[in-house]
Design a protein around this ligand. Structure first.
Ligand code: GTP
Length: 171
């Protein structure tokens, strides 16, 4: 059988504490941590996905909220094929960074593929962003798909990353 391995860099973008590191940890290591340790510098993890043609090595880049465009500047985004834009469903203000990141990243890297992720879906009682709010922001960005994820329970986490893998392949 002919096996092909391709490599793709993807970046996590979103405000402080929305759960970027937790989503990567759930996806790559299958675990969740309650502690909040703000990411220092850039952390790169690798996950190999089985694809019909062979394998995709996803190199997942994670930085602390807002540093995506500040301390590391555009180098963080350089060579990225895709990005997960993340907000926190329990904090309405994280939608502003969510929208800004999507716009800025497309300016820096117009060919980039984006997946929109609304995290902490397990915290239903403190949810502060409705589906309508999300659809309004997304339609302003010319998008309609989003994932309601929980890094804690694992809900929709694989789906969000595999959706990104699919669109990276033009699927
Ligand atoms: P920065 O590196 O500072 O930008 O933060 P981050 O976006 O990487 O967030 P992080 O993954 O560190 O998560 C922040 C806090 O939210 C931690 O205490 C996590 O345990 C918690 N958290 C992350 N995802 C979830 C989730 O889906 N559900 C719940 N209940 N808590 C979560």
């Amino acid at each position: 059988m002919n096996m092909t391995t391709i490599q793709k860099k993807i970046c996590l973008l979103g405000d402080f504490g929305v759960g970027k590191t937790s989503l990567v940890q759930r996806f790559v290591e299958g675990r969740f941590d309650d502690k909040y340790l703000s990411t220092v510098g850039v952390k790169i993890s690798r996950k190999t996905l089985k694809r019909t043609y062979g394998e995709m090595n996803m190199l997942v880049w994670d930085v602390s909220g807002s540093n995506g465009f500040e301390s590391s500047g555009t180098t963080y985004m350089q060579g990225a094929a895709g990005a997960l834009i993340v907000c926190d469903l329990t904090r309405r203000e994280t939608l502003i960074a969510f929208e800004n990141y999507a716009r800025q990243v497309r300016t820096i890297n117009p060919g980039i593929q984006l997946a929109f992720v609304c995290n902490k879906a397990d915290l239903t009682h403190t949810r502060d962003i409705s589906d309508i709010d999300l659809l309004t922001v997304l339609s302003g960005l010319g998008e309609k798909n989003f994932f309601l994820t929980s890094a804690k329970t694992g809900e929709q986490v694989e789906d969000a990353f595999s959706h990104l893998a699919d669109i990276l392949e033009g699927g």
